[in-house]
Design a binder for this molecule. Structure first.
Ligand SMILES: Cc1cc2nc3c(=O)[nH]c(=O)nc-3n(C[C@H](O)[C@H](O)[C@H](O)COP(=O)(O)OP(=O)(O)OC[C@H]3O[C@@H](n4cnc5c(N)ncnc54)[C@H](O)[C@@H]3O)c2cc1C
Length: 473
């Protein structure tokens, strides 16, 4: 504490870290100096964006979902000053060698998919009316109990294995509960019902998207932090973080600089955080750090010499023989016509760090991507102007059957530090969307009173409610 002002340090300038800093700075009654430290050379984390050859790209398909709370939506509308577009969703998924709308529309599935699939799904659904499965242990159990074999084997199981790199029997049940919104026949039936005139939910089938790419959300949050007097430092390499006897922290940066923090709020991967803390955690905690894994992703970008590749914003590919899980065409998220004569594609390739694709050259990945697009019914018939990859090591937390025990060990250890709070997607080891992580920031801001006292009980209640978040695609 200096001159009666508390020093609040935030690790990570993704949406969660930036929104947290902004909310504190908006409170003149809070006597605090706020510093945000970011490792990368730009803000936004997974929700960042960049420009290449006049095209705007995101880190994979990103959209702001209509379930964003009105408070956050209003604030983003104001900060983006008219730049938050309200767009219809226009996606497709490849199933049985044809495309159907995504998010799935059950009635369209019935119309378009092979009769054997439809008959199998209806049979499974009828059986569900009379029989319930046992207590689910795995992702496979939840979806088999909820949707039956036909749907699981043709869609959810191969897709899950592709995304998380594990067979569905080895993925924890909670993954299906939090990651698959329509994980039972009844929820799917409710989806059909909500399509009926008069019953449609507000925002259904639509999404919000900033006119200058998804990264614009983080950029305006960062501008607001700086406008309100916060300090935002990018390109910061933290070497270690030491707890002081009074519970405050000293952050040691590469090059010798130190920063004191009365309270530290971390949105960085909790495994990375634990490795930075001194004294080093006991052996069982470090073993849990090793055991908790994140799935990585190669994002492969292809710039084509054409106005538009397809009219769709995103295509989803559950097939295991196709290297990518999703294709997005960012121009279509904004319904942009400029720049003319070129468009960009982003292909999401989930993988592990140091897997074969992770180590391939851009040219090798381009060759595979073009071959797979052809196989998937989307041949590239125009000139490829450029192609390049970005490699992201922390994409999805992997919920294997043992993850909950490892996570508990880590949380028990980190919760012993009263002036260290974790939030955000990586900080809490969750799959949550951007609006969820901004919500976490708003709630965390409210747990600190104007005298700098943190309400651990209130935060605990919020953590329980975050655990109910269901991720949207
Ligand atoms: C492929 C993909 C598609 C997605 N699509 C959507 C979507 O359509 N809609 C949606 O709402 N959400 C989507 N998400 C989720 C969204 O990206 C995240 O919810 C959001 O970025 C989380 O924000 P965050 O601030 O919690 O974490 P992050 O964005 O991960 O930010 C954490 C920050 O910490 C920084 N950091 C890491 N280590 C250190 C360190 N040692 N020191 C300092 N800083 C460090 C990172 O560089 C990063 O900037 C998607 C995610 C992925 C991967």
């Amino acid at each position: 504490m200096e001159n009666g002002r508390i020093k609040l340090v935030v690790l990570g300038a993704g949406p969660a870290g930036l929104a947290l800093a902004m909310k504190w700075l908006q409170r003149p009654s809070l006597k605090a100096d706020v510093v945000v430290l970011e490792k990368a050379d730009q803000v936004g984390g997974l929700a960042a964006g960049f420009e290449q050859e006049g095209l705007i790209f995101d880190y994979g398909s990103h959209r702001l979902h209509p379930s964003t709370s009105p408070e956050i939506l209003t604030e983003l509308h104001n900060l983006l000053a008219g730049d938050l577009l309200d767009q219809p969703r226009y996606g497709r998924i490849r199933l049985f060698d044809r495309f159907v709308q995504f998010p799935l529309k059950p009635l369209e599935l019935v119309r378009k998919l092979p009769p054997a699939f439809v008959a199998g799904f209806l049979r499974d659904s009828l059986v569900k009316l009379f029989r319930t499965g046992g207590a689910p242990v795995s992702f496979a159990d939840v979806l088999m109990n909820g949707l039956g074999k036909t749907f699981c084997e043709s869609f959810y199981f191969p897709y899950a294995e592709k995304l998380w790199g594990l067979p569905p029997e080895q993925i924890a049940a909670v993954q299906a509960q939090r990651r698959v919104a329509a994980n039972s026949f009844w929820k799917m039936a409710a989806k059909v019902l909500y399509k009926m005139p008069g019953l449609k939910r507000p925002g259904a089938g639509r999404f919000f998207y900033p006119a200058k790419g998804f990264g614009q959300i983080s950029r305006v949050l960062a501008q607001e932090v700086q406008r309100l007097g916060g300090s935002l430092r990018t390109h910061v390499q933290i070497e270690r973080i030491e707890e002081q006897t009074d519970g405050s922290w000293i952050l040691h940066q590469q090059g010798g600089a130190c920063l004191q923090a009365d309270m530290l709020f971390s949105t960085i991967p909790l495994t990375v955080l634990t490795r930075l803390i001194r004294p080093v955690a006991p052996a069982p905690v470090m073993q849990a750090v090793e055991a908790l894994r994140f799935r990585a992703m190669v994002l492969h970008y292809v710039i084509l010499e054409t106005d538009q590749f397809t009219p769709y914003d995103a295509h989803y590919f559950p097939q295991k023989d196709l290297i990518f899980s999703r294709l997005s065409e960012p121009k279509n998220y904004r319904r942009a016509v400029e720049p003319r004569g070129r468009t960009g594609l982003c292909l999401e390739i989930p993988c592990d760090v140091d897997s074969a694709v992770w180590n391939q050259t851009d040219a090798e990945i381009t060759a595979r991507v073009l071959a797979d697009l052809h196989k998937a019914g989307l041949p590239v018939r125009c000139r490829v102007i450029n192609s390049f990859s970005k490699r992201l090591p922390f994409i999805y937390p992997i919920y294997d059957l043992a993850f909950a025990d490892h996570l508990q060990t880590l949380e028990d250890h980190l919760n012993r530090f009263p002036r260290l709070i974790r939030l955000g997607r990586q900080g809490l080891f969750v799959h949550d969307n951007t609006h969820h992580t901004i919500e976490m920031a708003y709630k965390a801001s409210g747990c600190l009173d104007d005298d700098g006292r943190w309400s651990a009980e209130q935060w605990q209640r919020h953590l329980h409610s975050f655990a109910q978040n269901v991720v949207e695609d």
